[in-house]
Design a protein around this ligand. Structure first.
Ligand code: BTN
Length: 257
């Protein structure tokens, strides 16, 4: 089905509708799905994002995809190593690479958003469930493809809105491109951790060197630790600190300077 990848999507399930492709992929992983097994749905009725948020998944408008990951590197580290916490950043970078033929300036907003012109184009949700000492790892991603309207508060966009009339690719083409971007990026990540992709990640970061609001205070985004945490320096003074799970907002025009 996907001629541009060796493993991702070579085994797949296609559903007209699911509550959440991540749930289906986690269940499939529990039943023994191999590395790269992919679940796609045309619609989700309970699509979810990070921090328990909803991911709107109208029929036929976006890509709603989840992939089971079982790389050898995970087995070699008996399932977990602090480095693997940066997996979501690697997935974001791979997605960006895949979609760059249509949105060359797309940027990565830590930790899991892909932005086009500052608006959310795609999101990533990595989830792990343990079976004894073996992790079932699923990466899910949603890409806005054909939607033409979003609630203003979402500050979202789609490929259709970013491209000129009549040039928007099909969801099938977007999926093939996304997987083609993801596969080498994940291979590099599992071989060398975040360090192996840091340079490219930083080049496309929307937050690096910017002033952000985090935990109700302004801070300068300094860089990324090897486990993918964002390192910031509070503008009010004091030492730099790690941001692991909080939301980060980019201040308009907030170049740290
Ligand atoms: C986020 O932006 O917080 C992450 C959004 C992830 C959405 C995708 S759509 C496919 C997969 N299934 C889900 O329920 N969520 C992810």
């Amino acid at each position: 089905m996907f001629s541009e990848t060796c493993t991702l999507g070579q085994i797949h399930e296609h559903h007209a509708s699911l509550p959440s492709t991540n749930d289906r992929a986690l269940a499939w992983a529990r039943e023994g799905a191999p590395h790269g097994a992919l679940v796609i749905a045309d619609a989700q009725t309970a699509g979810r994002g990070r921090l328990g948020r909803r991911w709107d998944s109208p029929p036929g408008a976006g890509l709603y995809v989840s992939v089971v990951l079982r790389p050898e590197a995970l087995a070699a580290t008996r399932g977990w190593d602090p480095r693997w916490a940066a997996l979501g950043l690697a997935v974001g970078l791979g997605l960006r690479d895949g979609l760059s033929r249509w949105v060359p300036d797309a940027a990565l907003k830590w930790p899991n958003d892909l932005l086009a012109r500052g608006r959310k184009l795609a999101g990533v949700l990595c989830e792990t469930r343990w079976q004894g000492s073996t992790p079932d790892v699923v990466v899910g991603f949603g890409v806005n493809v054909l939607q033409r309207e979003f609630p203003a508060e979402l500050r979202a966009t789609s490929l259709a809105l970013e491209m000129s009339e009549g040039t928007c690719p099909s969801r099938q083409d977007v999926l093939a491109a996304a997987l083609a971007g993801l596969e080498p990026c994940l291979r590099a990540f599992f071989a060398g951790g975040f360090a192996a992709i840091r340079g490219r990640y930083e080049r496309h970061s929307a937050v690096l060197g910017r002033v952000v609001t985090v935990g109700g205070a302004e801070a300068e985004a300094l860089g990324f630790d090897d486990d993918g945490a964002l390192r910031v320096r509070p503008r009010a003074g004091g030492p730099s600190r790690r941001v692991e799970a909080e939301d980060v907002w980019i201040l308009p025009g907030g170049d740290a300077g």
